[in-house]
Design a protein around this ligand. Structure first.
Ligand code: ATP
Length: 140
């Protein structure tokens, strides 16, 4: 089976993931992409989501809070704003972040309070939901 090296790093933690994999499925600002070995060169921006990593018959997930991805035929490099393996995710923290973001969005809808940064709240909500998804949590 041919493989491609996946390297994920964040400013906070440095290297988070580095391994030869069979396939990566990511969500970019242009939509979902499946990256196989020998993929054409590509650079794009990622949105917060749960990346899917296929390795032989196994599939795992890795949370990525947005960032940049560069693909060459033998390597995928992701510089992420934040990234966590499932076991690194604090479920309670993610749930609290989701509740906070939902409250801010609700307040904004009712008051149109210009102090509330709605884009920031929506991005925080997307990160929290993706983290809970990786943990297999019900998000309603
Ligand atoms: P919060 O409001 O809880 O800080 P956030 O989405 O704003 O969440 P980020 O800016 O994406 O947080 O990440 C900041 C740092 O905290 C990163 O190092 C990230 O890996 C870590 N982090 C954030 N949320 C969690 C979580 N639920 N579990 C584990 N690590 C987390």
């Amino acid at each position: 089976m041919s493989t491609i090296l996946l390297e994920v790093a964040t400013p906070d933690k440095g290297e988070v993931f580095s391994k030869e994999i069979g396939m990566l499925i990511v969500r970019s600002i242009c939509g979902e992409l499946g990256i196989l070995p020998k993929h054409a060169r590509l650079m794009t921006e990622l949105v917060p989501h749960a990346m899917r990593i296929k390795d032989g018959g196994a599939e795992s997930q890795l949370f990525v809070g947005g960032g940049f991805m560069e693909v060459t035929p033998d390597k995928i490099t992701i510089l992420a704003d934040s990234a966590e393996k499932p076991e690194e995710i604090d479920t309670e923290r993610a749930r609290a972040a989701m509740n906070r973001a939902q409250e801010r969005i609700e307040n904004f809808k009712q008051s149109h309070d210009e102090q509330i940064d709605i884009g920031r709240a929506e991005a925080a909500l997307a990160r929290a939901k993706a983290r809970l998804l990786v943990k297999g949590e019900h998000i309603g």
